[in-house]
Ligand binder design. Sequence first.
Ligand code: 5GP
Ligand code: MN
Length: 323
Amino acid sequence: MAVEQLDSSIKNSKNILLVSHINPDGDTLGSMCGMYSLIKDNYKKICDMVAVSKIPEVYKFLPNIDNVKNIGEMDLSREYDLVINLDVAAIDRCADAQILFDKAKCSVNIDHHETNNNYGKINIVEPFASATGEVLFRLCLDLKWKVSLDSAICLYSAIVTDTGCFKFSNTTPRTMEYSGKLLAYGIDPSDIYKKCYESSSKDMVLFQSYCINKAKFLNNDKIAYTIVYKRDLEKFNCNGEDFTDGLTEKLRAIVSTQIAFVVKELHSGSSKVSMRSKSIDIAQICAALGGGGHKFAAGALIKANPEKAVKMILNEIENRKLC
Ligand code: 5GP
Ligand code: MN
């Protein structure tokens, strides 16, 4: 039903905007650029695309990423016929683009987060999908969309990054089936792997090893965390949002770790937490702190300094007797 509504709303719209989430990852950017190609190829329409924060360098290889505008360049008074959010778990995760989403004649929410509350006029939310890229490929099959190599590269990259190269528990038979079908369009999987995972800057690798080196371990090493201060980022010449990408996973990779988290000091005086677990449901912890996400990968923005944010997180874990 929602799928047919999406099809007719694309057909009936003259101007369309595609939106990605704050601190963009491979899934939101791959899904946005993938949707751009799919709409171009199947409806002969050119969409606008917007990023609400800096695009990490590693994703600059995605086809059509150069057409993405920063929110600062957008006219926020514009009324689009159709705005489509991709991988935006909660409406506040698209920052000022929310203004454009709310104003649009039709709004669509395409996502895969369990905590998504169906905030769009049309909602295509599949919590069992590994990535929003996987949801989009389901749309390709349902609506018999033509899939170009550009679209396939984008959707495959979205799935690869959100499944950690098919190793997270969100990887299902359907994930593999769709990824296999996407490969058949002529993608080079090794090239995408290198672009996503072997393209870190030297500064970033040295910075992350510093953060791991000063990590704290609690409850017989079941909890591992580290705090990233603004001054640390400056010391290592790190000014992008992406310097902490993959850091929480590295703390989770320790055999004893059950819950890992990274707390990043923000300019606003608030803190951003990125949390991972091996088998404990941490989406509930982050939801209690005002955020959300998936069972084993979640996050929140906490209005407190890093030390206070750490205390709040540890309290939530302790109150629930999680580990
Ligand atoms: P990351 O740690 O990579 O930033 O985020 C992990 C997961 O948690 C992602 O799926 C992301 O959508 C979700 N997440 C991260 N931060 C927030 C937040 O502030 N609010 C909500 N609702 N979800 C978040
Ligand atoms: Mn995602």
